[in-house]
Design a protein around this ligand. Structure first.
Ligand code: FEO
Length: 172
């Protein structure tokens, strides 16, 4: 049975993942209307992954005797400016998610819920991979430095970049 404080922390994380999925869906849609097909595909995939992160939490909370609360999501922006801005925002958002994941792990530790702490390790690993991926993309953008043909190739090449799949323990 989940401790109430741990259950609340997991439900808060569920909100973050739901909002992330929605936020990346908004970027994907915006990019599609700008002809940035690679960027669009990349963020459609990110959005699907964040939904999967949310679902893992829904299943885990319910299987452990808690109740997953499906939240209302925030309205994301409609306009994201430039590709560089998109990826800087992507990094900022993922850093925020990482901080929130660490908070949940902290609560698990304080409450001595080591099973949930183990479950959350998947998210810790996922965040390390995601942050590394975004940083490597931002490095490429910095090399291009706003140059048009470089941005065209960057967008095209994004179609081939896939997020690493984390497959450690606790598959639920
Ligand atoms: Fe599930 Fe990258 O946050």
């Amino acid at each position: 049975m989940l401790n109430k404080r741990v259950e609340e922390a997991l439900n808060s994380q569920l909100v973050i993942e739901a909002n992330s999925s929605h936020y990346y869906l908004a970027i994907a849609s915006w990019a599609e209307t700008k002809g940035l097909n690679g960027t669009s595909e990349f963020f459609y995939e990110q959005s699907d992954e964040e939904r999967m992160h949310m679902l893992r939490l829904v299943k885990f909370i319910n299987e452990r005797g808690g109740q997953a609360i499906i939240p209302q999501v925030d309205m994301p922006p409609k306009d994201f400016g430039t590709i560089t801005n998109v990826f800087n925002e992507f990094l900022n958002h993922e850093l925020l998610v990482s901080a929130k994941v660490n908070e949940v792990v902290g609560v698990c530790h304080e409450e001595k819920d080591f099973a949930t702490m183990n479950f959350m390790q998947w998210y810790v690993s996922e965040q390390i991979e995601e942050e590394a991926l975004v940083r490597s993309i931002i490095d490429k953008l910095n090399l291009i430095d706003g140059e048009k043909s470089g941005l065209y190739m960057f967008d095209r090449d994004l179609k081939t970049i896939k997020s690493p799949q984390i497959t450690i323990n606790n598959d639920i």
